[in-house]
Design a protein around this ligand. Sequence first.
Ligand SMILES: [Zn+2]
Ligand SMILES: [Zn+2]
Length: 283
Amino acid sequence: MRNVVLSIDNREVEKYMLDMHVHSNYSSDGTASLEEMIKAAVSRGLKYISFAEHYDYDYVKNNLKVQLTDISAYFNEITLLAEKYADKIKVVKSIELGYESGEFVENEYNRVMKKYPFDCILNSAHIANKVDCWKQEFYVNKSRETAYTQYFTSVLNSINCNYSFDIITHLGIPARYAPYKNNKIIYADWKDILDEILKAVIAKGKTLEINTSAGKAKSEFLPDTDILKRYKELGGEKITFSSDAHGTSRIAEKYREVCQAVSELGFKYFVVYIDRKEKFIKI
Ligand SMILES: [Zn+2]
Ligand SMILES: [Zn+2]
């Protein structure tokens, strides 16, 4: 895609293909190296890629087995690669923090943020009631209402956490994994709590991620268009595009589909981050 500079609302706004949320094998579930991911992104025409490696200190707290990203090694390598590919693509160093309340987790996140100058902080509710909603045990002997309410409550709490962040990720992630027949999350079923979440995102000036890793969610992306429509109605403007790719094949997956869907809803920009500062990219 051509790199076009436009002047809109007195802001210099660029237009290019981006992906705000991918993982390399610095994340324990990533399958490709940083450089393999960057090369694939360049070959697909992206001009911006944000690595959001996993850092789930809430798992540590709850004794769920997961390897934390070695942030020091990640920073060393990505800094070199960002320079190496600077004329082809903007490579940024972000982190995906797993949310849980309480000082144990919050202190650690504040510590790593102070130590490492991330470009962007992604705030992710993966677990609710101490179980990862990726696991089937989260749903056992639980109604859909109970499981989803527990998850949405965790998201709402994550927006009010005691560390700074930029993006709320994959809203509605249990729909990827839940065993219920009607696992799809639609706005009409969760109006009250979704309104609370969306209003909190807007009030705090955060960005809502559109995540195309939808799995079995019966949606093309999370959150689906009915929820994005409500976000817009409530005054939400800040959205971003994320594939949540854990390997090269899914980078920027469904980029054009998302651009079309959000344009129809009236969104004009994706937000990206560099040095924790927002940049608006024309859709
Ligand atoms: Zn995640
Ligand atoms: Zn992720």
